[in-house]
Design a binder for this molecule. Structure first.
Ligand SMILES: *Cc1c(COP(=O)(O)O)cnc(C)c1O
Length: 253
């Protein structure tokens, strides 16, 4: 659903709608949803709002403050930060009606992080604000460089003033993070070729680690993927921005 358009959200709400689930920026098209606006509409219709905040972390975006009821994080990504842990978290406001039920379900069903995984995530959190600052600075530098490259049709990064959701992103995000997607003028072949030419970026499917990753999303998603086949998703890491820019520029030819 195009949740950028709040009229579409309103039209989709039914009397029995219990939960509106959203991502902003979205994966992998980086569409920006006005979280406060969707929360107002959902609440007016008696539905709760969950925001998948994995791309932003609470350092960049705080959905509970914008009116969301539940925040979801894959802590596998930026929280861990080193591509060596799998875990997740749900965050609710204190005394939220769902808290007790979710806590009980977790205990009974056993979806509890192991001590070692918990230790890795806690260790990652200590450097999270510093890392997010650098991911964002690198992301913006790279997005600006890519936007000027003639082989590229589009750069989807909410920090670019040309991005359709930039004004909302600027309001609800502290900075714009390390995730972006690019679309190649030369289509699928050009995208695959660029991904195969990188030397510093790694071809891999996860995100949020210290190392930069590039991924041809449609291939990872497989048959039935709705992702354009000229699209590459980038998780911009903590390397020197000049090295990241130089690597992509040589890969784009
Ligand atoms: C990776 C990811 C998930 C799934 O998390 P896992 O830890 O891999 O189970 C959910 N949402 C977003 C936005 C993600 O990037």
């Amino acid at each position: 659903m195009n949740m950028q358009d709040s009229a579409v959200v309103t039209a989709a709400l039914r009397p029995n709608t219990g939960l509106v689930w959203l991502e902003s920026p979205s994966n992998p098209l980086m569409k920006v949803v006005d979280i406060a606006e969707v929360a107002r509409k959902a609440h007016a219709a008696g539905a709760m709002v969950l925001v998948d905040n994995t791309f932003c972390t609470p350092v960049l975006q705080r959905p509970l403050d914008l009116g969301a009821d539940i925040v979801l994080h894959s802590t596998t990504k930026y929280f861990g930060g080193h591509s060596d842990v799998q875990s997740g978290a749900l965050i609710l406001r204190k005394h939220h009606e769902l808290h007790e039920e979710l806590d009980r379900t977790r205990r009974i069903m056993g979806a509890v992080a192991s001590p070692f995984n918990s230790w890795l995530v806690l260790r990652g959190i200590r450097s999270l604000p510093c890392r997010m600052e650098r991911h964002s600075a690198n992301g913006l530098a790279l997005a600006n460089a890519l936007a000027a490259n003639p082989a590229i049709r589009d750069v989807y990064y909410p920090g670019l003033t040309s991005h359709a959701g930039h004004a909302i992103a600027k309001r609800q995000m502290k900075s714009f993070g390390g995730m972006m997607s690019i679309r190649m003028k030369g289509g699928r072949d050009a995208a695959l070729q660029a991904a195969s030419r990188v030397k510093l970026f790694l071809n891999a499917t996860s995100l949020g680690g210290v190392e930069s990753l590039i991924e041809h999303r449609a291939s990872s998603e497989g048959p039935g993927s709705t992702t354009p086949d000229d699209l590459l998703r980038l998780s911009v890491g903590l390397e020197h921005p000049d090295d990241l820019i130089a690597d992509l520029m040589q890969a784009l030819g």
